[in-house]
Design a protein around this ligand. Structure first.
Ligand SMILES: [Zn+2]
Length: 168
C-alpha cells in the first residue's frame, strides 16, 4: 500500500504541477492515476479483511489462554488438596502401624503367621464369625466338634473349608 500510494503521489504530481502540457500525455497520466486508485482501493479492502480475521483469532486466542489459566489454577488446587490428604493418610498409617506393632507384640509368632497368611490369601479377611454352625467367611456348615473347639479351646481354630480363624 505504501509503494502504491507513493506511485499515485508521483503520478498526481506530474498531473497537477504543470510540467506536462501535452493533452494526450495528460489523459494517459489521468488513466494511470485512476488505475492506481483502483489498485489502492482493492488493497485497502484486503487489509480490512485480514485485520478483522486477525482480531477474531486474537479473541479466540485470549479465550484459550483464559481457559488454560483456569485449568492450571484448578490443577494446582487439586494437587494442594491431594497433598494435604496424603499427609493426613500418611499420619494415619503411621499411627495404625504403631498400634499394630503394639498388638502383634502380644500375639504368639505362630498365630501371627496363620493370621498373616489368611489375611493375604483371603483378601484382607483373616477371621470369620461362627453363627450357629455356619462359618460366616465361606458359609460352610461346620462339624460340631469344630464349633465346640472354637467355643472352648484357648488355641486358634481355623475353618476346615476356607481356613479363616474362627470366633464366636
Ligand atoms: Zn470358612
Amino acid at each position: 500500500m505504501q509503494s502504491t500510494r507513493a506511485h499515485l503521489a508521483t503520478v498526481d504530481g506530474k498531473l497537477y504541477d504543470g510540467s506536462v502540457g501535452n493533452p494526450k500525455e495528460l489523459v494517459a497520466l489521468q488513466q494511470d492515476a485512476d488505475m492506481i486508485r483502483g489498485q489502492l482501493g482493492k488493497l485497502e479492502e484486503a487489509v480490512l479483511i485480514v485485520t478483522s480475521r486477525l482480531e477474531a483469532q486474537r479473541a479466540s486466542m485470549t479465550a484459550v489462554v483464559d481457559q488454560l489459566t483456569a485449568a492450571t489454577a484448578e490443577h494446582a488446587a487439586l494437587v494442594a488438596e491431594l497433598t494435604g490428604q496424603k499427609q493426613t493418610l500418611d499420619a494415619e498409617v503411621a499411627e495404625l502401624d504403631g498400634r499394630r506393632a503394639l498388638v502383634t507384640g502380644k500375639v504368639p509368632a505362630a498365630d501371627l503367621r496363620v493370621y498373616t497368611t489368611m489375611f493375604t490369601s483371603r483378601q484382607g479377611r483373616a477371621v470369620a464369625r461362627v453363627e450357629r454352625t455356619l462359618c460366616q467367611g465361606c458359609r460352610v456348615n461346620l462339624p460340631s466338634v469344630v464349633v465346640q473347639r472354637v467355643r472352648t479351646s484357648p488355641n486358634l481354630v481355623q475353618c476346615p473349608s476356607c481356613g479363616r480363624i474362627l470366633y464366636t
